[in-house]
Design a protein around this ligand. Sequence first.
Ligand code: FDA
Length: 305
Amino acid sequence: MENLLRNFFLFLSKNNTLTRLAKKYGLRLGASRFVAGETVDQAVEVIKDLNQKGLVVTVDYLGEFVNSEAEANNMTDQTIKTIEAIGKEKLNAQVSLKLTSLGLDISEELVMSNFRRIIDKAREHQVFVTIDMEDYERCEKTLQIYKTFRKEYEHLGTVIQAYLYRAEDDIKDLDTYSASLRLVKGAYKESSEVAFPEKKDVDDNFKKIIRIHMENGNFTAVATHDDAIIEYTKQLVEELDIPKEKYEFQMLYGIRTDRQMELSEQGYPLRVYVPYGTDWYGYYMRRLAERPANVWFLIKNLFKR
Ligand code: FDA
């Protein structure tokens, strides 16, 4: 049943019409629990509040199904506005983005020029940028673009998904770039030809790549809500004597908020991933797919106006 619901929500997350409708009608169905508002000003207020609580942030201006040059340019402008707001408000925040939202599916020239505009602005304001990892189809292209820019820019990281068979090879390859990496389980529906179908294998591989990347001495962000992985990381940090500047935990806004505070109060570096924007629908459906128990939360909100 759980698997069925997961596939159902992942299927819904890719629906173009529902994405458009969601944009038109604003944050609904309880999405505001996971999305920090529709405007940059609303996101800034949420980030200030998190910073005051001792939590640092990475902020993502949400955008999916970007299939025109104008939309990709607009997404780029919005991300630049976000970076400027971080600078102006002196927020303790980084930026995360998806290359498809900058035009990855349209043309290489477009995505490269949009990304350069962003990374230059980020350098001006000393804001670190993480390129999120999307589905398998885009993995190789994303890594190629990351590597191209990494040669020129310091303040740039990307993401490796533990469910992919290629994860370990990618981690080893990215070591030559001294890559700052966020390590995650992986959020998309992938075939067993490219990804471990069993949760246990994903978890084992997650632990394995965390160890390799930490042992290599690179910055490692462990992005998970899973207590077993968190405990494993804590032990590893102790065993390998990893300093605080070399790792952090990351969690999503609105998920396990109590655990986020607890880890931070225990002295562990904790970064919250804060998404905002009108294009909240796909992101929200993927969060529901991760934990179908949240469906009851959605159903309750269906009856709220
Ligand atoms: P898992 O899903 O096994 O959950 C473990 C436990 O955490 C659950 O038992 C539950 O208690 C709690 N939990 C998990 N999800 C919950 C939810 N939605 N609501 C309430 N409780 C929940 N993926 C990707 O493919 N590309 C990317 O770039 C990123 N980026 C990213 C950034 C950050 C900061 C995070 C935290 C995650 C991502 N992800 C991602 C998503 C990631 O791949 C994965 O889908 C989710 O983190 C869920 O996996 P967990 O490791 O949390 O464990």
